[in-house]
Design a protein around this ligand. Structure first.
Ligand SMILES: Cc1ncc(COP(=O)(O)O)c(C=O)c1O
Length: 320
């Protein structure tokens, strides 16, 4: 129990929960790091805080600047949250086709400005070489334009900002501390890859035999129109950068989890364990349990509860 002077001090140092009911009959233990307990509700608080702090330190972000990002979910909310706590204006380019009312209201509550970006502009942007979750690409083009036009704008660039991986290095250190270094496997769904890379780097440095498993949505086959019937992928993990992640040399296995399987695991986590989480957490836990079933008692598989479940009441297809 402590008193803090800033809500930003409450980012990180999240607890870890040993799953019991969902893992009944499984000999290895599955530990879930409860990242949805970060102040704005996801592990993206870590990267937002780190990116902003380093941009301040380097002079790229000065008082009075506006922070911009293209995001339809956790990163936008985390930047809006940290921006509010530090006194910056935040502008979010939001993909209008994946509109979710609860996210808009959360962003507005933190005082962020929202500009809707239509999806039609995506193809042109992709041809111009902009990477990332398809729905967020048109907004990324707008961030770039704005930054070139105005000196008082700072674009966080979660897809290429190295502070994202560094922020997740800290999460990896916490995992080592909480497990006293006894981690046998780690599973992480891939969006920007920040969580996987940051944690895997730290775990493998300490314990090279740790198996690091990247989780991808079964139905995801590249550039799927997010509004088409086949776009039934696990939300949040469709950045399409799995090839870059593979090239890191840290991936021991890529596993695929279907959207329905991930969703029903997220519901089970709420109903059986009381863990109120989003769909990609369901995917992480499905992958963790599959791995735990291959191992004997005494083994430990770790994964993260990425974000809160109430982020997806109105549209559970997209989490980016
Ligand atoms: C809900 C959700 N799950 C998983 C991810 C993947 O995390 P990362 O970007 O660190 O790969 C993200 C973010 O992109 C997300 O918002």
């Amino acid at each position: 129990m402590r008193v803090v002077d800033s809500v930003l001090e409450l980012i990180g140092k999240t607890p870890m929960l040993r799953l019991h009911k969902i893992t009944r009959g499984v000999r290895a233990q599955v530990l879930l790091k409860l990242e949805y307990l970060n102040p704005s509700g996801s592990y993206k608080d870590r990267i937002a805080f780190r990116m902003i702090a380093n941009a301040e330190a380097s002079g790229a972000l000065k008082p009075g600047c506006t922070i911009v990002e293209s995001s339809s979910g956790n990163t936008a909310i985390a930047l809006a949250f940290v921006g509010a706590a530090k006194g910056y204006a935040v502008k979010v380019f939001y993909p209008q086709d994946v509109w979710a009312e609860e996210k808009r209201r959360t962003l507005e509550r933190f005082g962020a400005e929202i500009e809707m970006v239509p999806l039609e502009e995506t193809e042109a942007a992709r041809r111009a070489g902009v990477h990332g979750a398809r729905v967020e690409i048109p907004g990324r083009v707008k961030c770039r334009e704005l930054m070139h036009r105005r000196a008082d704008v700072w674009w966080a660039r979660q897809f290429s900002n190295p502070d994202c991986v560094r922020a997740h290095n800290e999460l990896g250190l916490e995992i080592l501390e909480q497990t006293e270094g006894k981690v046998d496997a780690f599973t992480a769904s891939i969006g920007t890859g920040g969580n996987f890379l940051g944690v895997a780097q730290v775990l493998k440095r300490e314990r090279p035999e740790v198996k690091c498993i990247a989780v991808q949505p079964t139905e995801w086959s590249g550039w799927v129109d997010p509004l088409s019937p086949e776009a039934r992928f696990v939300p949040g993990i469709t950045g399409g950068i799995i090839e870059e992640i593979r090239a890191s040399g840290l991936v021991d296995e890529v596993v695929y989890v279907g959207n329905e399987e991930a969703r029903s695991m997220a519901y089970r986590l709420s109903q059986e364990e009381g863990v109120f989480c989003g769909v990609s957490t369901g995917a992480n836990v499905v992958a963790a349990i599959r791995e735990a079933k291959k191992r004997g008692s005494g083994a430990t598989v770790v994964t993260t509860a990425v974000d809160r479940g109430d982020r997806y009441f109105s549209d559970e297809r997209f989490i980016t």
